[in-house]
Design a protein around this ligand. Structure first.
Ligand code: NAI
Ligand code: MG
Length: 485
């Protein structure tokens, strides 16, 4: 069996219990590797290593310039092995190879962006009313615990590691149990690139055994998490005990809003891409598609017809547009929502498992029409290729339905009327709003949610702030005693 060890304190190691768990290819349901089942003792080892690396040399003496250069080298290393990383990612997640290639490029770009930003962390001077110099300094928050999901494994690792390392933090990162392989492959290069041991630790394992001990660990200063709302709530509660800094990205039920004046062909494409890219396993998936009544029936027909032409296939086939879901668990979850939807709304496309695959966690791209916004399929995050089509009459109803959700990660609005489009942009409570597009995500621009989609922002210049503390320094310029007593 292909046993891939985790990476702690500069070494590839087994779990202290010598327990392993399987990692699958979701298109064949076969085991492709085993990784260590990390436990609290392993997390403790990683947290101590990260703490020691943060507190003692050489990392604290590494200049911002050198940290930036390390991130550029890491990006270069990713670009050199881009084809291998994309293949591994595609095989392990089930995502189409072409999308995996895009993700790997984006991963390298993220390290480049924060490599450049490492030297642009600025303090400031405060105009205090005294003969004194008042400074504001920015310092790394310390040891960052980072827990990531399985939908974009390498990119999610970059979103977490890049700003943390640029800021001067050290990291204990736990990949999702379904998809640990790409980041462990990359870890093979960490030492050669020049990262001191303990600066980056990758602990594999499940949420209970390895995720929750990271959150509880007293030597960890901050938690950055992307995943389900249920786990986000647990993390927030647990982090309270040690007043850890927390940032959460918890997904959503994002509205994709179409007015009658939108370019019709672009609209259909945008509706399909918004919900079906990456098998719908996207935190910002446009899963609630709001359509103005005057174009509703034409829109439903066109979208359903085009959805039937989406090519499902093996992830490594370059013509594949949709692969299998990541795991048996996710497959069963999405299948159950397909059945729930049949009792709640009108099925117009898909709705089951495609007949043509004997194996693999494939589901059909599924569209429900005439959905009530109060239906479970319109309220609960499915995290799979299940679209809900909801008609609306006029701008104010569109806004009301769009905001009628506990989530607020993303939204999109399609219209040729710039006044209306911008009114909707302002009225929608979401952290990311697109106009006449859905899903493009840039490492240069902030990402994160309103409401129960979480808090804190990743990416963009502010992404590094989540890994910085603010220190006020007061320098007295009087040489006399204060003279108070
Ligand atoms: P999850 O939230 O359980 O897993 C995400 C990460 O959290 C994984 O690394 C997991 O090991 C870790 N984790 C799990 N329990 C933990 C705990 N008690 N303490 C610390 N870490 C823990 O997500 P799961 O179960 O894989 O998927 C369930 C649903 O969550 C999906 O159907 C989807 O709706 C949502 N989800 C949202 C994501 C997003 O991007 N916002 C990503 C993945 C899932
Ligand atoms: Mg879970």
């Amino acid at each position: 069996m292909n046993r891939v060890r985790m990476y702690i304190d500069g070494d590839f190691v087994e779990s202290s219990s010598d327990a392993w768990f399987p990692v699958y290819d979701p298109s064949t349901e076969e085991i492709i590797a085993e990784v260590p089942d990390g436990n609290p003792a392993d997390v403790d080892r990683a947290a101590r290593a990260a703490r020691a690396a943060f507190d003692k040399g050489p990392w604290p003496q590494t200049t911002a310039q050198d940290r930036g250069r390390l991130l550029f080298k890491l990006a270069e290393c990713i670009r050199q092995q881009a084809a291998e990383l994309a293949e591994l990612e595609s095989r392990n997640c089930g995502k189409p190879i072409v999308e995996a290639e895009y993700d790997v490029n984006d991963t390298a770009t993220c390290f480049e962006y924060y490599g450049g930003l490492a030297t642009k962390v600025l303090g400031s001077v405060n105009p205090v009313p005294d003969n004194a110099l008042s400074l504001t300094l920015k310092e790394p928050v310390g040891v960052a615990g980072q827990i990531i999901p399985w939908n974009y494994p390498l990119a999610m690792a970059a979103w977490k590691l890049a700003p943390a390392l640029a800021a001067g933090c050290t990291c204990v990162l736990k990949p999702a149990e379904q998809t640990p392989l790409s980041i462990l492959q990359l870890a093979k290069s960490f030492e050669e690139i020049g990262f001191p041991k303990g600066v980056i630790n990758i602990v594999t394992g499940f949420g209970e055994g390895a995720g929750s001990p990271i959150v509880a660990h007293p030597l960890v200063d901050k938690i950055a998490f992307t995943g389900s709302s249920a786990v986000g709530k647990l993390i927030l509660r647990s982090a309270a005990d040690s007043i850890k800094r927390v940032t959460l990205e918890l997904g959503g039920k994002s509205p994709n809003i179409f007015f009658a004046d939108a370019d019709f062909d672009a609209a259909i494409d945008g509706a399909l891409f918004g919900i079906f890219v990456n098998q719908g396993e996207v935190c910002s998936a446009g899963s609630r598609i709001l359509i103005e009544k005057s174009i509703y029936s034409k829109f439903v027909d066109a979208m359903a017809a085009k959805a039937k032409t989406i090519k499902l296939g093996p992830p490594l086939d370059r013509s594949t547009k949709m692969g299998p879901l990541v795991s048996k668990e996710q497959y069963e979850r999405v299948r159950s929502y397909q059945e729930i939807g049949k009792g709640e709304a009108k099925l117009v496309s898909g709705g089951g498992r495609p007949q043509s695959f004997a194996k693999g966690y494939y589901v059909e791209p599924t569209i429900f029409a005439d959905v009530d916004n109060n239906a479970r399929i319109a309220r609960e995050e499915v995290f799979g290729p299940v679209a809900t089509l909801i008609p609306f009459e006029g701008e104010s109803e569109a806004i009301r339905i769009a905001n009628d959700t506990p989530y607020g990660l993303a939204a999109a609005v399609w219209s040729r009327d710039i006044f209306r489009a911008l009114r909707v942009v302002k009225a929608v409570r979401a952290g990311v709003v697109w106009v006449n597009h859905m899903q493009p995500t840039y490492v240069e621009a902030p990402w994160g949610g309103y409401k129960q989609s979480g808090f804190g922002r990743e990416l963009g210049p502010g992404g590094i702030d989540e890994y910085l503390e603010t220190k006020q320094v007061h320098i007295n310029l009087n040489e006399q005693p204060i003279g108070w007593y």
